[in-house]
Design a binder for this molecule. Structure first.
Ligand SMILES: CC(C)(COP(=O)(O)OP(=O)(O)OC[C@H]1O[C@@H](n2cnc3c(N)ncnc32)[C@H](O)[C@@H]1OP(=O)(O)O)[C@@H](O)C(=O)NCCC(=O)NCCS
Length: 173
């Protein structure tokens, strides 16, 4: 796989959206069916695609989507640093989707995309005009839970999809 370049999803990528493959049907269908509409019309989430070149042709090797979220204060009672916060909903950035094409999984792209999404979030938390405390995702499977646990996210529910959170405060210095 060539080194991927990450771009904000836009209409120019439209022809590539149907070529993406993932074992989670909802994550495969999201790109051609909803991603552009959610980003440009409904304003629900913004998607970033990782493009690789194959025989001079661009292909979407992976993507992630970001939105905002509010996490119920009672759901983080088990996490000591968060359990001290006032009893209001806790604001955060939601990693609404993350997926790597099945043909290039296991080569480090998932980690790269996760770090990119967290990097965007940390720069917004550091120098953006808003404050928020959490990086949040909803893991679709037990495999996904294990993937996110590697990056320090804590699981809040036994059921799937499982909400998972990362406290950003220690990362903001
Ligand atoms: C989860 C997913 C994004 C990982 O992408 P990937 O490119 O295969 O992952 P990477 O090669 O970057 O692996 C990153 C790390 O996670 C680990 N990992 C990857 N898949 C894993 C899994 N299913 N369970 C546990 N660990 C996993 C790797 O061993 C690697 O660890 P290391 O860096 O310490 O060696 C991809 O498998 C996928 O699209 N899965 C289906 C959709 C999904 O579950 N999305 C996330 C939840 S919504």
């Amino acid at each position: 796989m060539s080194t991927p370049r990450i771009e904000t999803l836009a209409r120019k990528h439209r022809a590539l959206l149907r070529g993406f493959r993932n074992q989670e049907a909802s994550l495969e269908e999201y790109l051609p069916r909803f991603a552009l509409r959610h980003a440009e019309k409904d304003l629900l989430s913004r998607t970033y695609v990782a493009l690789t070149q194959e025989g001079g042709v661009d292909r979407i090797a992976g993507y992630f989507s970001l939105a905002t979220v509010s996490v119920e204060r009672a759901s983080v009672e088990e996490i000591p640093a968060l359990s001290k916060l006032p009893k209001f909903p806790i604001p955060g950035v939601l990693l609404a989707r993350l997926a790597v094409d099945t043909r290039v999984q296991g080569q480090g792209l998932g980690r790269h995309l996760f770090e990119e999404a967290l990097g965007f979030t940390l720069s917004l938390a550091t120098s953006g005009p808003v404050a928020f405390r959490l990086f949040v995702t909803d893991a679709v499977s037990e495999d996904a839970v294990r993937f996110y646990e590697r990056f320090g996210l804590s699981r809040l529910s036994k059921a799937l999809p499982a909400r998972m959170v990362l406290d950003l405060e220690p990362l903001l210095g």
